[in-house]
Write a protein of this length. Structure first.
Length: 279
């Protein structure tokens, strides 16, 4: 018989958030696959757990994933943990789950703390529908493309961000999303836990020396337009791009980028103009 892969939640700051079941499973499994073995070893020491550790992170996941899979196929039970919170959420554990599922190995969740949901329920924004975006790409073009693509999503959006990029990210949000309501959670469950709520333009002024890991919760699109330029303005910009020799699709994309609007909105404006005034 094959073993079981347990996805074991760990505290996101406060060690008291460790569940009794998580401690029991980590003591009973044959092996623990950890993103950072030094970090996890401190956690295990605190709870008097002596199960062997193996490194499994973004840089070792291909080689180590195969080793872990073979151990599971040999009948060993293995727990996968991240540095904090639920494994497989913005975490290499997701790849290990795919390997296990594709090999018909049982995968069992051991629920617990999660930063994204903890920030959402304390945000004061809608929790009825939400999308978890996680960390944005480092490339500005890729970041802009994703933000443009989700700028008209009506559900609440949840992002993770590092302290050295938080201010730049908020500026990008304000530019592409408009001055929406947001909630920023910092140092969740720790001594210096903090929530900043308000418009993007207001909240970013309080982040003079940002420290700690951040969760940003952003209000969904309400139908308000960031710009209300006359239809003709859109069309003139679009025509200038066309005159450079690029195709219509590229011209629409560049026009949208220039005006910080979605491609769909630009496309609809152009169709409206051509219907009323001709091409």
């Amino acid at each position: 018989m094959t073993g079981i892969l347990y996805l074991c939640a760990t505290p996101i700051g406060n060690l008291d958030d460790m569940t009794f079941r998580a401690v029991k499973i980590l003591r009973e499994v044959d092996l623990i696959a950890a993103e950072d073995t030094r970090h996890t070893r401190k956690l295990l020491t605190h709870f008097d757990i002596h199960t062997p550790l193996i490194r499994y992170d973004e840089f070792s996941k291909v080689q180590q994933g195969e080793k872990i899979l073979q151990e599971l196929l040999a009948g060993k039970n293995i727990a996968c943990v991240s540095d904090a919170g639920l494994p497989a959420i913005s975490d290499p554990g997701a790849d290990l789950v795919k390997l296990a599922v594709n090999s018909n190995i049982k995968v069992c969740p051991i629920p617990g703390a999660n930063a994204a949901l903890s920030a959402l329920i304390c945000s004061g924004l809608s929790t009825e529908k939400f999308s978890f975006v996680g960390f944005l790409p480092k490339s500005k073009k890729n970041r802009d493309d994703i933000l443009q693509k989700i700028s008209e999503r009506e559900e609440t959006l949840i992002f993770y961000e590092a302290p050295h990029r938080i201010l730049k990210t908020l500026e990008e949000f304000e530019k592409i999303f408009g001055d929406r309501n947001i909630s920023i959670a910092r140092e969740l469950t720790k001594i210096h836990e903090e929530f900043l709520r308000g418009k993007i333009s207001e909240v970013k002024n309080f982040l003079t020396e940002p420290k700690g890991e951040f969760v940003i919760v952003v209000e969904g699109y309400s139908g308000e337009k960031i710009f209300e330029n006359p239809v003709e303005d859109f069309f003139e910009i679009y025509k200038k791009f066309l005159d450079t020799g690029i195709d219509k699709k590229t011209a629409i994309r560049e026009t949208a980028k220039k005006l910080n609007l979605s491609r769909r909105e630009i496309y609809n404006k152009i169709i409206e103009h051509e219907k009323n005034f001709g091409g």
